[in-house]
Write a protein that binds this ligand. Structure first.
Ligand code: BES
Ligand code: ZN
Ligand code: ZN
Length: 489
């Protein structure tokens, strides 16, 4: 996808213009179009309401697409992303090969860096689709997006364009990883793909641990889950040191379960194919590392991704089996389908040993999270109020809804084991997502600020959430939040 920023010239045909709703009528947010603006209301179907778009054909055959933003009072970058995505969608359905957007006038309403960042990101987000497995390709050529300014584009506009591109590319990568079916996305293949993406980025180091190394590192949870599969587990380590050497890193941990059939506690057949997306936590973590490296953020981040399949063969975990984790704690596997917490336990223990400034983990961890919050809000758990405030502070710029959930000693007492320290399933009904968080907490050094994000509801089929999210398939959630959060460390 070609996206660029340049000083405006003549002959810029297809255009997208933003409109604001005013008390009496409307206002065009692009100085370059004041003339055309007077006539807009003559066109049937024109509205400056949020999410309303209209294509007007010019006499020369080119298009003028209007994108309604609603009222000035409610305007924010998220509305800009949503409105722009719809306009880009319209341009694509009209098969336009190139579209121009004048930024003149818009910069009054937004910080210039956030302006191009949001627009560029939204344009990327409209571009994903896993088509490589279709033999007959409906070749839709990528649309070229050109932002224009009256003078030479400012430094801030350029920085925003780079940041939006870094995050947009990472988003598409994350979605592609999430959509790819299990036979093309085993732990080995996932690790290889992450490694080859890391190689393209200077400053990003990638190490992949094989089964022998994982055994040596005493990661009994990851080994235990992978026992039921012919595919070996992998443990992916990504390191980016863009900040000062003395600064403690932020640590990101992601569940990389490439296919979750449930194991002996088998899942129902209906919709099981979707369990390819059980590696979306790992994908979000890996993809945000790519964005952080591309944008050259001045920060230190280490990412850890335990990766396994959860299947059943003769050596699979049986309900009741007891596993010993890296930090020597033990757990009974009461339900082999609660495997995410088992592989994350080792990764969180290892993360704690690195003594990072904070740990964030992302996982499609529980069906209970889907029931609790649906697919709009990502629930997060932390006992650290300061960290919770930091997380909530990035919501607006990242454009991802994050909702704090309760984690208390009640939830921890629910996951105590009978024959081992812990049980991987709660003893009482309800709050399954909080119980899972309570389980994970047992593997984090209590002196390190930690938050757990359960993305079971928001990582997949989120078309009703934002206009730039695909109806079906992986959403790429958390790439932007982790990108923004990394800037705070
Ligand atoms: N990967 C699933 C969680 C999940 C469910 C993600 C639905 C997305 C949509 C996880 O491994 C799992 O199966 N969890 C169990 C835990 C239970 C057995 C305690 C669940 O939520 O049912
Ligand atoms: Zn499971
Ligand atoms: Zn799972």
């Amino acid at each position: 996808m070609k996206i660029y920023l340049k000083k405006k010239s003549q002959n810029e045909t297809n255009q997208i213009i933003f409109t604001l709703k005013t008390e009496k009528s409307f206002k065009v947010l692009s100085n370059a179009f004041e003339k055309e603006a007077k006539n807009l209301s003559k066109f049937p179907g024109f509205s400056s309401d949020f999410k309303k778009t209209l294509n007007i054909s010019n006499p020369d055959g080119s298009s003028l697409i209007t994108a309604g933003l609603g009222t000035k009072e409610e305007l924010n970058t998220e509305k800009l992303r949503e409105a722009f995505a719809l306009a880009i969608g319209k341009a694509k359905s009209l098969k336009l090969s190139k579209i121009f957007i004048s930024l003149e006038g818009l910069e009054k309403y937004f910080d210039e860096e956030r302006l191009t960042e949001a627009l560029v990101f939204a344009a990327f987000a409209m571009n994903s689709k896993l088509t490589k497995f279709k033999t007959s390709k409906n070749k839709t050529s990528a649309i070229e997006v050109c932002f224009t300014t009256s003078g030479t584009p400012s430094k801030k506009l350029k920085v925003g364009l780079e940041s939006g591109t870094a995050q947009g590319k990472a988003l598409l990568l994350c979605r592609e990883w999430g959509d790819t079916p299990g036979n093309f996305m085993t732990p080995t293949l996932f690790a290889k793909s992450v490694q080859s993406e890391a190689k393209k980025r200077p400053g990003l180091e990638c190490q992949v641990w094989n089964k022998a190394r994982i055994t040596k590192e005493k990661m009994g949870g990851l080994l235990g889950v992978s026992k039921g599969s012919d595919e070996e587990p992998r443990f992916i380590v990504l390191k980016y040191m863009g900040g000062s050497e003395k600064k403690k890193p932020l640590c990101l941990v992601g569940k990389g379960l490439t296919f979750d059939a449930g194991g002996i506690s088998l899942k129902p057949a209906s919709g099981m194919d979707e369990m390819r997306y059980d590696m979306c936590g790992g994908a979000a973590v890996a993809a945000s590392m790519m964005a952080i490296a591309d944008a050259k953020l001045k920060t230190n981040v280490i990412a850890l991704i335990p990766s396994s399949e959860n299947l059943m063969n003769g050596s699979a975990n049986k309900p009741g089996d007891i596993l010993t984790f890296r930090n020597k704690k033990t757990a009974e596997v009461l339900n082999t389908d609660a495997e995410g917490r088992l592989i994350l336990a080792d990764a969180l223990s290892y993360a704690s040993e690195l003594k990072p400034a904070a740990i964030f983990d992302a996982a499609t961890l529980t069906g209970a999270m889907v029931v609790a919050l649906g697919n709009v809000h990502t629930g997060f758990y932390t006992r650290d109020d300061k960290l919770a405030t930091q997380i909530q502070s990035v919501e607006q710029d990242a454009g991802e809804r994050l909702w704090r959930m309760p984690l208390t000693d009640y939830h921890v007492s629910d996951i105590k084991g009978r024959f081992a320290d812990l049980a991987n399933m709660g003893s009482s009904r309800g709050a399954g997502s909080a119980q899972a968080a309570g389980f994970l907490e047992q593997f984090v050094d209590s002196r390190i600020p930690w938050a757990h994000f359960d993305i079971a509801g928001t990582a997949w089929n989120t078309g009703n959430r934002q206009s730039y999210c695909p109806t079906k398939g992986a959403s790429g959630v958390l790439v932007r939040s982790f990108f923004e959060l990394a800037k705070l460390f």
